[in-house]
Design a binder for this molecule. Structure first.
Ligand code: DQA
Length: 140
């Protein structure tokens, strides 16, 4: 399988920002581990990271025919971006929503994602392992 892992707004600061919540490993380190994890199982993981909502929508749209699945951590956009929701609903590629933190144990505004309804499923609360578990969901 060929899978695309998309990280949205502020995720490029992972490893530096709010380390108690998101850990100390950088996104590059996490992505390298995920690439190796997928490769060891005969799959390919590719990556796209952007702070920009429109770029995230375009990347989701362009995944059609190129990827078997998308793993998406849209960051704070998850809680209010109808544009990203529409992009997910429009693309014929299954999307698994990911959050590193347990958003239900945090501030009220994080408890709702406008994306979940149009995603295949959601994995949250396991730190960087949330991404690995999302990969695994495509392998089973
Ligand atoms: C996050 C949770 C969001 O609420 C937050 O805005 C993020 C990261 C997570 O991975 O836990 O940027 O998506």
């Amino acid at each position: 399988m060929k899978l695309l892992i998309i990280n949205g707004v502020n995720l490029s600061s992972t490893g530096r920002r709010e380390q108690a919540v998101y850990g100390t490993r950088t996104l590059d380190e996490i992505n390298a581990s995920l690439k190796a994890y997928a490769a060891a199982r005969g799959h390919t993981a590719e990556f796209f990271t952007s702070d920009l909502e429109g770029e995230l929508c375009a990347e989701i749209a362009h995944a059609e025919g190129k990827y078997d699945g998308i793993i998406l951590n849209a960051g704070a956009y998850s809680h209010y971006s109808y544009a990203i929701r529409d992009a997910i609903a429009s693309v014929g590629v299954p999307v698994v929503e990911v959050h590193m933190s347990n958003v239900h144990a945090r501030e009220e505004f994080r408890r709702h994602s406008v994306l979940t309804e149009v995603c295949k499923g959601e994995i949250l609360g396991f730190g960087e392992d949330s991404y690995r578990l999302a990969l695994e969901s495509f392998f089973v």
